[in-house]
Structures are given as C-alpha cells and as structure tokens.
Design a protein around this ligand. Sequence first.
Ligand SMILES: [Fe+2]
Length: 129
Amino acid sequence: MLSEFVKTADWKSEKHVPLIECADSVKAGDFFEITVSVGKEIPHPNTTEHFIAWIALHYVPEGSNMSIELARCEFSAHGASAAGANQGPAFTDSKVCVNAKLLKSGKLYATEFCNIHGLWSSEKVITVK
Ligand SMILES: [Fe+2]
C-alpha cells in the first residue's frame, strides 16, 4: 500500500510535516478557516530543484471509514526560467487556506508531497457542536 511510504513526525522538528491550524471546536454548519502549511517552524526551501508540489486536506467524519477531500492545492512556481534555475520572477510558498463547514466531529488529515523527500502527513481532531 502507498500508505507505507507516508511519513510523519513532529512538525516543530521536521520541516516536511504539514501543520493544520484551525479552531479545535467549531459550530455545525458554520464556515471556519483551516490553514495548512509546510515549514512554519523550520522553513522548507521552495526552489526549482527542491519544492513542495502540493498539499491535500481530507476530513473523516466520526464513524466513517471514508475520507472526504476538502481541498487540494498545487504549487507550480519555483523560480524556473529560461535564464536558469531559480532565476524566474515567481516562487510559491507551501501554505494554503481553506474555508469549510462540517456537520460532524471527526479528523482532518493534511498530506503534502516534496519532490525530493516524498509524502508526509499529519492529523488534527476537530470537534463539531
Ligand atoms: Fe524536501
């Protein structure tokens, strides 16, 4: 299974682990903001040679065995240019903000892909009242 190759660790000491930031508890049916970032404590380089390609955010309601993809963001600009690597005028940082509303408590799962270091994931419990 691909899941064998999804790594995790403490985001404060491993720059690849996505950090999910949102309220611990939200009101059912109200939109709230979820931010997912990679490298908040230890910046991850986002260069032509080494970058975070995408972040995906999933939600699994309590009692369900199926994940729901809330959002997926691809980071496409890493300084590539005809003038050479890292000479381009645009770079993206690995951070995305998602508005969502939920009806049941559950877990949020963030997954990211580094073009050199592979898949990394983290999770956060969300209480919906
Ligand atoms: Fe990396």
